[in-house]
Design a protein around this ligand. Structure first.
Ligand code: ADP
Length: 300
């Protein structure tokens, strides 16, 4: 039996891509797609030629996060043409191929695998410095086949995104052992939604009245601070949301001998940027999360 022709085509296609980074998570909803998107934006802002490939079949959220919903994919004689959000940032998502976002959820493994294979083989990225791959959450059979396919073309490694709770960290361990099993280097772990951080100037203040109602005191609190301690308005209010008494992802990484890349707080402005398809680095709205993301990306 000769070499798999699909594999040969994938290797050929990926030959013009210098670096491939896989973004993984043990669970859904931890911020994997948010991280993948912001990583792609950051690399593009550094003038690299970047591709963002979303193969999260069960929840392709990249089109939404880049404001590209409803876009259709066109084909040229050399393959599917990515959608460009910037001249050096092309995007391809399974979401563009589904007539109805709910559809793929009921697909069985082989059908999902076939579509992923097609994506790796047929997208015409051209020359890329970085391809960021947003993978589905978990460590299913699909993962093994995706990773094995990508591995034939040389992957730089995987970044694992988690939240600080134990339930999410347990799944990170599985993700790490999966990477070991398939021979993918773990570039590091990102702890996302690590506490809630918000500039004090954006907080709402309330007071419980005697009748049990919440009275809005924001105007009062703001003018009090402006008059008495204006420097307070430059502070960022931080609160722990999840129980991190176990030491969170940092401790787990230390125990497992893998690198901890850093913490990204829950930041309502980051959520807004993701909803609106914006880079969190393009203005100074994401004061609480953008500096943390920037430091993490520099470590990768
Ligand atoms: P996943 O890809 O792991 O399923 P998403 O990236 O889609 O998760 O994130 C789930 C939701 O949480 C999205 O609405 C996203 O905007 C929001 N989100 C992710 N990270 C943060 C954060 N650090 N601060 C605020 N909202 C966040």
């Amino acid at each position: 039996k000769g070499p798999d022709p699909d594999l040969v085509a994938i290797v050929e296609r990926m030959a013009t891509v210098k670096h491939k980074i896989l973004v993984l998570s043990g669970k859904g909803g931890v911020g994997k797609s948010t991280f993948s998107t912001q990583l792609a934006f950051a690399l593009a802002a550094m003038d690299f030629q970047v591709g963002l490939l979303d193969i999260d079949i069960c929840g392709p959220s990249i089109p939404k996060m880049l404001g590209l919903e409803g876009q259709e994919i066109h084909q040229s004689n050399i393959g599917w043409i990515p959608i460009y959000v910037e001249s050096n940032l092309g995007v391809m998502s399974i979401g563009f191929m589904l007539p109805n976002p709910d559809e793929a959820v009921i697909w069985r493994g082989p059908r999902k695998n076939a579509l992923i294979k097609q994506f790796l083989r047929d997208v015409d990225w051209g020359e890329l410095d970085f391809l960021v791959v947003d993978a589905p959450p978990g460590t299913s059979d699909e993962h093994i086949s995706i990773v094995q396919l990508l591995q034939e073309t040389g992957i730089d490694g995987a970044v694992i995104v988690t939240t600080p709770q134990q339930v999410s960290l347990i799944d990170v361990r599985k993700e790490v052992s999966f990477c070991k099993k398939v021979g993918v280097e773990v570039l590091g772990v990102v702890e996302n939604m690590s506490g809630l951080s918000q500039p004090l100037s954006e907080l709402k203040f309330t007071r419980m009245t005697e009748t049990g109602e919440q009275k809005d005191m924001t105007e009062w609190a703001m003018s009090y601070m402006r008059e008495n301690a204006p420097e307070m308005l430059n502070l960022i209010a931080c609160s722990e949301v999840f129980d991190t008494s176990g030491g969170g992802a940092a401790k787990m990484c230390n125990d497992m001998g893998i690198s901890f890349l850093g913490k990204v707080p829950l930041d309502p402005q980051l959520c807004k940027a993701a909803e609106e398809g914006r880079s969190c680095f393009s203005d100074d709205k994401c004061q609480a999360s953008a500096p943390a993301l920037k430091m993490i990306i520099e470590k990768i």
